[in-house]
Design a protein around this ligand. Structure first.
Ligand code: SF4
Ligand code: SF4
Length: 116
């Protein structure tokens, strides 16, 4: 399950550098699949979605920090717990019921983004 940032976010920025998948962006910033991953060129995600890794994508929020669900692995592959939730001072990084995934799906997502 991906993590989502709720509107309780106070824009402190503490979570952004902690994300091993560069899935967290400041409000109003563009995002890319290629940012902080080994992805480039035309890609097909494990969930079947086709995309261009280097193309700038529209921000998911204009006001608060946001998490790209396609890039969040709940930190699987890197850490034992979601790092954003661990550092957030107002506990507004929570599981997103709209983006539920099994551990296997999270593992394959992590392997897809990183070639190591
Ligand atoms: S749970 Fe981990 S991978 Fe997902 S946004 Fe938070 S820090 Fe990034
Ligand atoms: S750590 Fe929490 S409050 Fe700070 S920017 Fe991230 S989600 Fe918002």
């Amino acid at each position: 399950m991906a993590i989502i940032i709720t509107d309780e976010c106070i824009n402190c920025g503490a979570c952004e550098p902690e994300c091993p998948n560069t899935a967290i962006y400041e409000g109003a910033d563009d995002w890319r699949y290629a940012d902080g991953t080994d992805l480039s060129g035309d890609i097909v995600l494990p969930n079947g979605k086709a995309a261009s890794a280097n193309e700038a994508q529209e921000p998911l929020s204009d006001e608060i920090y946001y998490i790209v669900p396609d890039k969040c692995t709940e930190c699987v592959g890197f850490h034992d717990e979601p790092q954003c939730a661990a550092v957030c001072p107002v506990d507004c990084c929570v599981p997103d019921p709209a983006n539920e995934e099994t551990r296997e799906q999270l593992v394959s997502k992590q392997k897809f983004m990183h070639n190591d």
